[in-house]
Design a protein around this ligand. Structure first.
Ligand SMILES: [Zn+2]
Ligand SMILES: [Zn+2]
Length: 346
């Protein structure tokens, strides 16, 4: 007992000494120099990208976010880097994942709800400053030109300030201006060994809305954006390794709506009820997993992000093993010409 007391007192003295030392400016300077050296070394070391299709969750949330970033999926191979949507908070996750922003090939938008487009300029700025050598092309359904023209106009002064400050040699002005390309359902884009296929997503009244299937060296992923499961979804996931689909917990959302109504918050109750008809219920996704040959179904764009383990369990009620939940910073590794899916958790 006495020994334990002495040990505790010794640890307390050490903690106090460490706290005192950390307030000494010379020691603070040494610690900061060591920390920045580590950060700089990390930034100078290219991220190893496994050979195959690598899918990073840069945003797993819907507007009901609970601390997670809104919709964003990164598709990375040794030669390609595309982003699908750019929701609030997702650019910070791209940094945490240490994705190679300077070689970003393009941004694919599923539709123009704010939770899918709010950080387009942050992605543009981060990759421009990072040394990207081509302008970013933002691709999406009809209307993408209006979005891109608006962003370019909104940030025109920001671009002028930054070029004026850093100089055009370091920050070429033309690389800061977003380009755009409209895509229609059924349209494909070939980029070397990577093929992107746009498909129609059912997200009424948003018309058109798209989802994307990406195929690369025998591996494939489908990313839904927002929408219900329908015959098109069943067709596009045929033979796909991985489906990332927006997912709404009907039991949770219905209960939340009722609680809001009971508390007299009828307006909020109505808004919560309204989101039900244009997001895929977890039940419809479990049925899809059971009825199709898709390799794995991962829920993202969670409505809502589960605030605790009980709600997380609700999402997976009745789900087979091939259904899983995502969270920010998780990534799926699909090695080339294989059937394996390796899940990396943060
Ligand atoms: Zn959304
Ligand atoms: Zn939406």
């Amino acid at each position: 007992m006495k020994k334990l007391l002495l040990l505790i007192m010794g640890l307390a003295v050490l903690a106090l000494a460490a706290r005192f030392l950390s307030t000494v400016p010379a020691i603070q300077d040494r610690l900061v120099a060591r920390g920045t050296a580590t950060l700089a070394q990390q930034a100078a070391t290219p991220l190893p990208i496994p050979d195959g299709l690598n899918i990073y969750v840069c945003g797993s949330a819907s507007p009901l976010g609970m601390g997670q970033a809104q919709a964003c999926i990164a598709v990375v191979t040794p030669e390609h880097f595309y982003l699908i949507d750019s929701g609030a908070g997702s650019t910070e996750n791209l940094g945490r994942l240490r994705l190679p922003m300077a070689r970003l090939d393009g941004l694919l938008l599923t539709h123009f709800h704010s939770d899918h487009i709010s950080e387009i300029y942050e992605v543009n700025l981060g990759s421009w400053v990072g040394g990207r050598e081509q302008p970013i092309t933002v691709m999406g359904p009809q209307g993408v030109g209006e979005i891109v023209d608006g962003i370019n106009a909104t940030y025109n002064l920001d671009r002028i300030y930054r070029v004026g400050h850093h100089g055009a040699d370091l920050l070429a002005p033309e690389l800061g201006v977003l380009q755009h390309q409209s895509l229609a359902a059924g349209q494909t884009i070939e980029d070397g060994e990577l093929r992107i296929t746009a498909y129609a997503a059912e997200h009424p009244p948003i018309e058109p809305a798209l989802g994307y299937r990406i195929d690369y060296r025998g591996r494939s992923v489908v990313v839904s954006g927002d929408g219900n499961v329908n015959a098109v979804t069943r067709q596009i996931v045929d033979g796909a390794d991985l489906l990332l689909h927006d997912a709404l917990s009907l039991p949770f959302v219905t209960t939340l709506s009722k609680s809001l109504a009971d508390a007299g918050q009828t307006r909020q109750a109505q808004i919560v009820t309204d989101v039900i008809d244009y997001h895929a219920s977890t039940e419809s996704l479990v049925a899809l997993a059971n009825e199709t040959n898709v390799g794995m179904v991962a829920f993202y764009h969670l409505v809502p992000v589960p605030p605790n383990a009980i709600v997380a369990d609700m999402f997976l009620r009745g789900a087979p093993d091939k259904v899983t939940m995502t969270e920010d910073l998780m990534w799926f590794e699909l090695p080339a010409d294989s059937k394996d899916i390796v899940i990396h958790k943060p």
